[in-house]
Design a protein around this ligand. Structure first.
Ligand code: MIC
Ligand code: SF4
Length: 642
């Protein structure tokens, strides 16, 4: 039987387990990346392992999420990451050099290799045929130390593209179309391979837009073949030697095949507050727009911004719209500037923001009250923009420009002639904002500088066989990590300060949760389907751990979050009968007995002491996961092994 692209890479990196769907496999990781919002914690965890140097082929620490530095906290964290990176063999991408996924694609990603990153959009690397996964910081720390990365062997999906995109229809619309088809949980447990004749019409940045947003499907990752288009891109980045051809075998077997005819697609938009809430742009014609943002790791490539500049050239944005553009990297910004395109953007009245995540994670540029914001980003979760009552719509750069000019949601085809942008034969290469690690001798003498904002990791103890808990909170379906642990300019500087962060846990849903959980001392959260979707932030597990959350019982979970819960020794359990969810309420007193036997059997009994009823809960833990849970989390487990 032939192999898919992902299966080929997995086969080459398999450390243990067998490539049997649904079973645990351990992979060798070639490269890692971190960003600052998850990086501080990841490096603190790496340091506790006591290793001198990373064991990966390439590890890069990016500063891109929180670059505002309003106060010492961030500046200290940046300095900590820079010094810890230099000492331990990690490359450091300075603030201003760009968004981790964009820069990694440009300068470091390699087809056929494996990458894990402490950011859920790490699958962007699939755009050049790299098998890339988003993971919690602790998993990245372990991989930096040479340890394996554990995943459940995924199902294989294939999306076959035929035809060719029409003018003003873009890779972003392809991402939105697949979200429309599959929903935010339709990719759970699967790797999505993109293929078919249609991919020959898509450049690497366009492919990367698609693999980037595969995260919103809940997919384990997404990947394109590595072909002549990949080779041209790597050549233009001055690193053709990193190219290898890679495609699936003709007789590869897929669990599901989805066909999309690119020629039939129209401009699409995801409405508030979920990326799968997709309709055609034309159906929202006339909706007044207050704000337009272009950028984020989804749509901030040179190709995207050259198109935006060409459409803005000679035009003025509407007086009623405020427009921002955040280039994905220093390379993008300096090429925009050299080509004169930057001047066209500025002349239109749009504002240029830093090469960073910026408004995507609520770091400034929040919309006005009840504002309508059109964004080329990948997430429009409630409150993420920093304005709780704003409506965020996800669109392509072309649709964003049309709204900025006309002041209302407008089919971009009304802009006239579509820009035709060719990928450059050669990108401008300047890696001066990437600081190399010190040599091993030099590293010995280096001091790692820590600021007072770095607070200790929440402590854990070995798990007990019986747990008595109160339901601290009951939530519905598709709860995101932005609900559990919000980000944004006011909170992000405290990512290395779990006690402070804990005040904001679930604040979008229930402002009293944090206080209640602390007073309960030992609590459980009841969730619906796809609990924990979105970001890879392990803070969405570490903060509940600090607040005394012992278990989460949900109808189903998102992949990265479940791994983070186990790493933090919070037990993720699912209802055997989804309807039992209806019978458990906030404030109920519950007991989970005989846990250790239950873990082995894959079934735990939940007693609701308030109603006297009993329920069966499922768990499908591997031996390794059981040991981690019992030990009190992955750090405690790793220390036991020393
Ligand atoms: C996001 O897009 O939500 C983030 C911010 O990039 C997160 C990481 C984080 O929370 O630090 C992600 O996607 O993993
Ligand atoms: Fe940054 Fe937004 Fe991409 Fe997350 S989704 S990495 S916040 S640009």
């Amino acid at each position: 039987m032939g192999l898919t692209i992902a299966q080929k890479i997995i086969k080459n990196h398999l450390i243990s387990g067998e490539m049997v769907q649904g079973t645990e496999i351990a992979l060798k990781i070639d490269q890692t990346l971190t960003q600052d919002a998850t990086g501080t914690m990841a490096y603190l965890e790496f340091e506790t392992m006591g290793l001198k140097r990373v064991k990966t082929e390439r590890s890069v620490a990016y500063i891109d999420h929180n670059t505002l530095q309003c106060g010492f906290e961030n500046a200290d964290d940046h300095r900590y990451i820079q010094t810890v990176a230099k000492k331990h063999g990690i490359y450091f991408s300075r603030p201003g050099n760009g968004i981790c996924h964009q820069v990694h694609l440009e300068r470091f990603g390699k087809p056929g290799k494996t990458l894990i990153g402490s950011d859920s959009h790490t699958p962007t690397g699939g755009g050049i045929g790299m098998l890339s996964f988003g993971a919690g910081g602790l998993d990245v720390a372990v991989a930096m130390g040479g340890g394996a990365y554990y995943i459940t062997m995924p199902k294989m999906y294939k999306v076959n593209l035929t035809g060719k995109l029409s003018p003003f229809v873009t890779a972003k619309d392809v991402s939105l179309e697949i979200l429309r088809i599959l929903s935010v949980k339709g990719g759970v447990g699967a790797i999505i391979e993109w293929g078919g004749e249609g991919i020959k019409t898509l450049s690497v940045p366009e492919r990367a837009t698609i693999t980037n947003m595969g995260t919103e499907l809940g997919a384990t990752t997404s990947i394109f073949p590595s072909d002549e288009i990949t080779k041209e891109f790597l050549k233009a980045q001055g690193r053709v030697e990193d190219y290898i051809p890679l495609c699936s075998d003709e007789d590869a077997v897929y669990d599901r095949v989805i066909d999309i005819n690119l020629s039939e697609l129209n401009p699409l938009v995801a409405c508030p507050h979920s990326p799968d809430n997709v309709v055609e742009v034309s159906s929202l014609k006339g909706v007044k727009v207050n704000q337009v943002c272009v950028g984020s790791c989804t749509n901030s490539s040179l190709q995207d911004l050259l198109k935006v500049a060409s459409l803005l050239k000679g035009r003025k944005i509407s007086d009623d719209v405020s427009m921002s553009i955040s280039p994905g990297s220093k390379q993008v910004l300096s090429m925009l500037s050299d080509s004169g395109a930057l001047a066209d953007i500025l002349a239109s009245g749009a504002r240029i923001l830093e090469c960073a995540c910026g408004p995507c994670i609520g770091m400034g540029f929040s919309p006005n009250s009840a504002g309508v914001s059109l964004r080329t980003f990948n997430r429009n979760f409630l409150g993420r923009s920093g304005t709780k009552d704003a409506g965020v719509y996800l669109v392509s750069p072309e649709t964003a420009v049309a709204a900025a000019i006309f002041g209302e949601i407008t089919d971009p085809r009304l802009l006239g002639k579509a820009p035709s942008i060719k990928m450059p034969k050669k990108f401008k290469i300047d890696d001066s904002a990437v600081v190399s690690p010190a040599s091993e001798d030099e590293a010995e003498k280096l001091e790692v500088l820590r600021g007072p904002n770095i607070k200790p990791f929440p402590s854990t103890t070995a798990m007990e066989n019986k747990i008595d808990v109160t339901v601290g909170l009951k939530v519905g379906d598709n709860i995101t990590t932005d609900h559990i642990m919000p980000a944004g300019a006011k909170i992000l500087p405290y990512r290395s300060n779990i006690p402070y962060l804990s005040k904001f846990c679930f604040s979008v849903v229930d402002e009293n949760f944090s206080e209640r959980a602390l007073s309960l001392k030992s609590s459980v959260i009841i969730g619906g389907e796809n609990y924990g979707q979105g970001s890879s932030r392990e803070h969405a597990a570490l903060v509940p751990l600090y607040l005394g959350v012992k278990a989460v019982v949900a109808k189903s979970f998102a992949r990265i979050h479940v791994a983070n819960l186990i790493n933090a020794s919070i037990i993720p359990l699912t209802f055997k009968n989804a309807s039992d969810y209806d019978e458990i309420n906030q404030g109920d007193s519950l007991s989970l007995e005989n846990l250790f036997d239950g873990f082995e059997k894959g079934e735990v009994i939940l007693k609701n002491n308030t109603t006297g009823k009993e329920y069966q809960l499922n768990c499908n833990f591997t031996d390794r996961q059981i040991k981690i849970l019992k030990a009190g989390g992955l750090l405690a487990y790793t220390k036991q092994g020393e």
